[in-house]
Design a protein around this ligand. Structure first.
Ligand code: ADP
Length: 454
């Protein structure tokens, strides 16, 4: 067995870079942080054992530059690279380049990234493992004609989705046959631009579903477990804004059923490290596999709160060859209830448009059950270059009601001045009766908060 790493290179930025630094330090591992010229003043850089400048602000020349990152890991003798989420975290070529240079990529094997990254093929793999999938095409579509035939079979509306998809890009809703040709071509060209791959597939569009995902961990010794679900139904344009665990829609039986399906999926493909199996749950409580994310997710802290586990630390332990050492023979059940609110540098009153700039005043919330993961501080300048996530507020309560009360309190305490953020949106969401009652569906914002879609 490999011993624990001495030094890890963090190949990311923002709150997740800081999160990885913290996990390293909890393990007694040195954290070297790769940073771009735009990020020299972030908390991760300040707390790193060493910060390594890898290039200019544009991510193509820094956080997406494989030679710069591999070179930095070699120059500073880092034995492993943690890719965080986004950037190169689901890039099989990067994982391969790490392996070729004798650097451990903290994530699954490159072949598995490939296998799960092609979403239409991943669905076929899951079908074989006996996991229910959203009804749709068997693999990629060959023509708009084929799409029309399949849609006639499943019934409209249908979705055309990019095989290489992510972040809701390359996804088009088709409501009637007359729109198919146009939407098919539109999805293809959008996918080509976003992912350099214009392969698309078709799925029946489920009405009023919930987005429920299962967190899994698998080590290199054949052990795999699930750590319950997250409900990520509050989305704007297919992008998550609020997540919670456990889901108000699941009872213990359905939780264990979905968890078992996720573990079956993981074992079928021989997956290792942390991963997430995303499902849609329909009104009749049927669940369907949608996709697998082969990395740590933004919303992982809600799972940490309700399982008392440290997922990033486990990722590092697994990559170092250590076995999972908890809960292997018993079912993990959630402890209490947790919410995560994504605080983005965006103006919710103006279509959530990005609002970078200098933070002139910052007061973080605190008190029982409150955790803030953020790389910002007073005086920090949010650069316009990257994703607009600037903080995550995660709140725990012994039950959903307490978690809701603490969420309201914490969001009200949170002061960020100088830029607009999503905090007012979250406070408004908490006032919605449907949200309070746990009636969250992927069309929650459209239905109850449509003023935010304008
Ligand atoms: P991406 O990888 O681009 O984020 P996903 O496949 O994860 O795309 O889907 C993102 C969101 O889009 C889901 O959480 C859900 O809200 C919606 N969605 C995706 N597929 C379907 C479907 N077949 N029916 C209804 N909604 C869907």
């Amino acid at each position: 067995m490999r011993r624990m790493f001495k030094r890890i290179l963090v190949a990311n930025r923002g709150e997740i870079a800081l999160r990885v630094v913290r996990a390293c330090h909890d393990l007694g591992v040195e954290a070297y942080v790769a940073y771009s010229e735009a990020d020299k003043d972030t908390r991760a850089v300040q707390l790193a054992d060493k910060a390594v400048l890898i290039g200019p602000a544009p991510s193509a020349k820094s956080y997406l530059s494989m030679p710069a990152l591999i070179g930095a890991a070699q120059a500073f003798e880092c034995e492993a690279i943690h890719p965080g989420y986004g950037f190169l975290s689901e890039n099989a070529d990067f994982a391969r380049a790490c392996a070729e240079n004798d650097i451990v990529f903290i994530g699954p094997d490159p072949d598995l990234i490939d296998k799960m990254g092609e979403k239409s093929n991943a669905k076929q793999t899951m079908k074989k493992a006996g996991v229910p999938t959203v009804p749709g095409s068997d693999g990629p579509l060959e023509s708009a004609e084929q799409a029309r035939e399949l849609a006639a079979e499943f019934g409209y509306p249908v979705l055309i989705k990019a095989s290489a998809g992510g972040g809701g890009k390359g996804m088009r809703l088709v409501e009637k046959e007359a729109d198919m040709e146009h939407q098919y071509q539109a999805a293809k060209s959008e996918a080509k631009i976003a992912f350099g791959n214009d392969e698309v597939y078709l799925e029946k569009y489920l009405i009023h579903p919930r987005h429920i995902e299962i967190q899994v961990l698998a080590d290199k010794h054949g052990n795999a477990i699930h750590l319950c679900e997250r409900d990520c139904s509050v989305q704007r344009r297919h992008q998550k804004l609020i997540e919670e665990a456990p889901s108000p829609a699941l009872d213990e039986a359905l939780r264990q059923e979905m968890g078992a399906a996720a573990v079956r999926a993981v074992k079928e493909v021989g997956y290792t490290n942390a991963g997430t199996i995303e499902f849609l749950l329909d009104a009749e409580k049927h669940f369907y596999f949608m996709e697998m994310n082969t990395r740590i997710q933004v919303e992982h802290p809600v799972t940490e709160f309700i399982t008392l586990e440290d997922l990033v630390l486990e990722q590092i332990r697994i990559a170092a060859g250590e076995p999972l050492d908890f809960g292997l023979d018993k079912e993990i059940s959630p402890i209490g209830h947790a919410f995560e609110f994504r605080i983005n540098a965006e103006d919710p009153d103006h279509s959530f448009r990005p609002n970078p700039g200098k933070i002139t005043k910052l007061i973080l919330p605190g008190g029982p059950g409150v955790r803030v993961d953020t790389h910002i501080y007073e005086g920090y300048k949010v650069p316009p270059t990257y994703d607009s996530l600037i903080a995550k507020l995660i709140v725990w309560g012994k039950d959903r009601e307490q978690a809701l009360a603490r969420s309201k309190r914490a969001l009200s305490e949170f002061v960020i001045e100088g830029i607009k953020t999503t905090i007012p949106f979250h406070l408004a969401a908490l006032e919605e009766k449907a949200f309070k009652n746990g009636m969250v569906y992927t069309d929650f914002i459209e239905t109850y908060m449509s003023e935010y879609l304008a």
